[in-house]
Design a protein around this ligand. Structure first.
Ligand SMILES: C[S@@+](CC[C@H](N)C(=O)[O-])C[C@H]1O[C@@H](n2cnc3c(N)ncnc32)[C@H](O)[C@@H]1O
Length: 257
């Protein structure tokens, strides 16, 4: 099997690649699935309101997220926000920060939008986007923190190419975090946490690779029963499911050097 690389953008046929007029992540879903009749959340996510940005709206914020939030502040980003429990809680706990969630699925962006609205916070937004194309959204060194909670595990080896925790993703982490900023990962799938540490200086196939400017600053074998590598851990929806079943949730913190 070849080394897993960054997913390639899928474009409507006839569109010129990188012509600068559309987000590189346009839509990786089949056309049928995107049709409002097949998925009511397609329309709902477009009309939801200021808490929710479509992919096209999100892409236009690059370099000007302060305007989107109505103020300049540290930008904290969570990837794969799911139902939005963590995102809304983080925004409540960090009123001085701007908090942005990135989520692929239409329905989940709407659920996140509702969580934000229900929490009554004005410092949170959810954007529908794909984690493989963060350079559409952010300038290098522009993030104050990055969080990934329970990325889809893809445990089968033949699905390794689908895993988010990869060398290309760690390269993005190093690129978009500003010096001193943390990357915090929690996962029920231990190899994800081990890989986050190993891929700092190895390539996708385990070969030596140039060391990225990231340093492991903490690790936990189970944040449900032991301290997390950071203060005031926020329980996520998936974390709770594993806790109820008595299963561990692993965690690691890397800091941009
Ligand atoms: C297992 S769920 C975890 C949800 C939440 N973080 C939690 O801990 O409860 C993973 C989430 O990541 C989202 N996701 C998967 N791949 C993604 C990608 N490439 N870009 C953005 N979100 C993605 C999924 O749609 C899903 O909502």
């Amino acid at each position: 099997m070849g080394a897993p690389g960054r997913p390639t953008p899928q474009r409507p046929s006839g569109q010129t690649p990188d012509d600068g007029t559309r987000p590189r992540f346009d839509d990786r879903m089949p056309e049928d699935y995107r049709h409002p009749d097949a998925n009511p959340y397609v329309t709902e996510h477009r009309t939801f309101g200021p808490e929710l940005l479509t992919a096209d709206q999100a892409w236009r914020q690059r370099g000007q997220w302060g305007a989107c939030f109505g103020r300049d502040a540290d930008l904290h980003v969570e990837i794969g926000s799911g139902n939005g429990f963590f995102l809304a809680e983080l925004a409540q706990r960090l009123p001085q920060a701007n908090v942005l969630g990135i989520e692929l699925r239409y329905k989940r962006t709407v659920l996140c939008g509702k969580k934000i609205r229900h929490a009554g916070v004005t410092n949170a937004r959810i954007a529908r986007y794909h984690a493989a194309f963060l350079d559409d959204l952010f300038e290098p060194g522009s993030l104050a923190a990055l969080y990934v909670n329970h990325p889809d595990p893809w445990p089968k080896e033949r699905h390794e190419k689908n895993r988010l925790i990869s060398r290309w993703f760690l390269e993005d982490v190093a690129r978009f975090l500003r010096p001193g900023a943390p990357f915090r990962l929690k996962s029920d799938f231990e190899p994800n946490v081990a890989r986050a540490a190993a891929l700092i200086d190895t390539g996708p196939e385990g070969e030596p690779a140039p060391a990225l400017p990231l340093r492991v600053t903490g690790r936990s074998e189970d944040v449900n029963t032991l301290p997390a590598p950071w203060p005031d851990d926020i329980e996520t929806n998936y974390q709770r499911k594993f806790k109820v079943r008595g299963l561990p949730v692993y965690a690691i913190e890397l800091v941009r050097t």
